[in-house]
Ligand binder design. Structure first.
Ligand code: NDP
Length: 487
């Protein structure tokens, strides 16, 4: 199987290569096969990308917003037409099943281009009277924006960061995770085909050192990172040294609270989606499932029955529901977390091991794993696992569960299942999390602001709110009379 792109980077409207850069081996994690070989960016590639982004941005900001929007919407159309090919590529890059990628990745990227394409023309300011004089404001671009992606949603992250930035008149340099370098290149190609002038969306490959060099580059005005808290802290410090704008989409350990009056089948669906979709490699997952004591037995029975039916297998088979993890290293990390679940005394209900899939004997598969009798101090209840591991924690009353749900340094997401609407809003209101759900989990339309509280992040992606993070307000005082001066 081959997925070799024309070259490693996309700079100034075209593919470019520099083989002097360190090798990046692209492995299909479902089989362990090498499917492409790329190179990390050299200082020369970085300089060329920044120079082209800087040059192109000046003209782009002056392009009429309606025209900017048309190009983004055209890119959305092309992505929809090519959904199958883009989904296969996403599956090869990540090991996620085609059954997911065909509905979740390129299509959500297309939605972002469509949504921000529509919003481009709505960017406006205000007029503030001062007697005969007045003040007006304009929303202007930031300049060259850097996006740094995690590996779990390479197409979606490349689109989310690109769409909002371009709509506001910025140019973009996107550095994918070196584990998933392929998808962003296709997005750059599609944007060029849709008519985006060269230099406005560049893809630069590399390890963390390339990301760090870009973050510190004086011509970069804004950094948007999707990654772990540890990387977020480093990137934010480096960006702070240059007084740059930042958006940080970081990790989580989110609570999903199920009250005794919940629709139990819906709650089980929420728990499964919020833990096993994408083999659990989703930042907002509700990995601490708090279940009220009186329904715990029924909930566990139903959850176990449905989890055992999840079809794990070849990710390219449309019947497969759960694919492989992203890499062998990550699989070892996840298995290590499962081990701590055993040593800390949690009760394993199912899974817990590496899985073998016919044809994927060298693949990175881990069984859908459920631990019960989990307590707040166990490592599986405190640390982000980023794999298919669900922990059940029992609670008795509302005050108790709110306190325990908030007892974490993370604050990315939270969910509540209950038929009592008053309780639902009361509880959600007190949960320290940026993105919340009532009677569902992980629904994330582009219209919904997404981003975390506490160590889970800074700023918002998606929705109108992201426009505030990709533009700045310029205010102008217009004097209509004379100027009085004591001098
Ligand atoms: P990492 O934090 O390891 O890496 C994120 C990106 O940052 C990668 O592209 C990485 O490059 C790059 N990077 C690493 N070090 C530096 C540095 N010093 N300066 C600049 N860039 C750097 O995260 P993962 O890729 O492992 O992704 C998993 C994490 O992402 C999880 O914690 C998860 O919760 C979080 N995440 C958050 C989401 C959100 O929206 N809140 C969504 C998805 C994931 P390289 O890969 O080459 O090292």
């Amino acid at each position: 199987m081959r997925a070799q792109p024309q070259a490693s980077h996309f700079v100034d409207g075209t593919y470019v290569e520099d083989k002097a850069g360190a090798q990046i081996e692209c492995i299909y994690p479902a089989t362990g096969e090498r499917i492409a070989l790329l190179h990390s960016a050299t200082p020369d590639i970085i300089s060329r990308a920044v120079a082209s982004a800087k040059r192109a941005q000046v003209e782009w900001e002056r392009t009429l917003p309606a025209e900017r929007g048309r190009i983004l919407r055209r890119a959305a159309e092309i992505m929809r037409e090519r959904n199958h090919d883009l989904s296969v590529l996403e599956t090869l890059d990540t090991g996620k099943p085609y059954q997911e990628t065909i509905v979740a990745d390129a299509l959500s990227g297309a939605e972002a281009f469509e949504f921000y394409g529509g919003l481009a023309s709505t960017l406006s300011g205000e007029c503030i009277p001062q007697g005969e004089s007045f003040i007006y404001t304009k929303r202007v671009a930031l300049g060259v924006c850097l996006g740094i992606g995690a590996w779990n949603y390479p197409t979606q992250i490349a689109c989310y960061k690109g769409a909002a930035a371009l709509a506001c008149g910025n140019s973009v340099i996107f550095k994918p995770s070196e584990v998933t370098p392929l998808c962003a290149l296709k997005i750059a190609e599609i944007l060029a085909e849709a008519g985006l002038p060269k230099g406005l969306y560049n893809v630069v490959q590399g390890y963390g050192d390339v990301g760090a060099a870009l973050v510190s580059h004086p011509e970069i005005e804004k950094v948007s990172l999707t990654g772990s808290v540890a990387t977020g802290s480093k990137v934010m410090s480096a960006a702070g040294a240059g007084i740059k704008h930042v958006t940080m989409e970081l990790g989580g350990k989110s609570p999903l609270i199920i009250f005794e009056d919940a629709d139990l089948d819906a709650a089980v669906s929420g728990a499964i989606l919020g833990n096993f979709y994408s083999a659990g490699q989703i930042c907002s997952n509700g990995t601490r499932v708090f279940v009220q004591q009186s329904i715990r037995g029924d909930f566990e029975r139903k959850l176990l029955e449905r989890t055992r039916k999840i079809r794990m297998g070849d990710p390219l088979d449309p019947d497969t529901q759960m694919g492989s993890l992203i890499s062998a290293d990550h699989m070892q990390k996840v298995l290590g977390h499962i081990e701590t679940g055993h040593t800390d005394g949690a009760r394993l209900m199912c899974g817990g091991k590496q899985a073998t899939v016919p044809g994927g004997e060298r693949g990175c598969y881990v069984e859908a794993t459920i631990f019960s009798d989990v307590t707040d101090d166990m490592r599986i209840a405190r640390e982000e696992i980023f794999g298919p591991v669900l922990s059940i924690l029992e609670f008795t009353d509302e005050e108790e569960v709110i306190r325990r749900a908030n007892d974490t340094e993370f604050g990315l997401a939270a969910g509540v299942f209950t038929r009592d609407l008053t309780r639902a809003h009361r509880v959600i209101d007190r949960l320290q999390a940026g993105t919340c759900w009532i009677n569902t989990y992980n629904a994330m339309p582009v219209e919904m602001p997404f981003g975390g509280f506490k160590q889970s992040g800074v700023g918002k992606e998606n929705s109108r709110a992201a426009l505030d993070h990709y533009s700045q307000i310029k205010s102008v005082y217009v004097e209509m009379g004379g100027v009085e001066s004591p001098y």
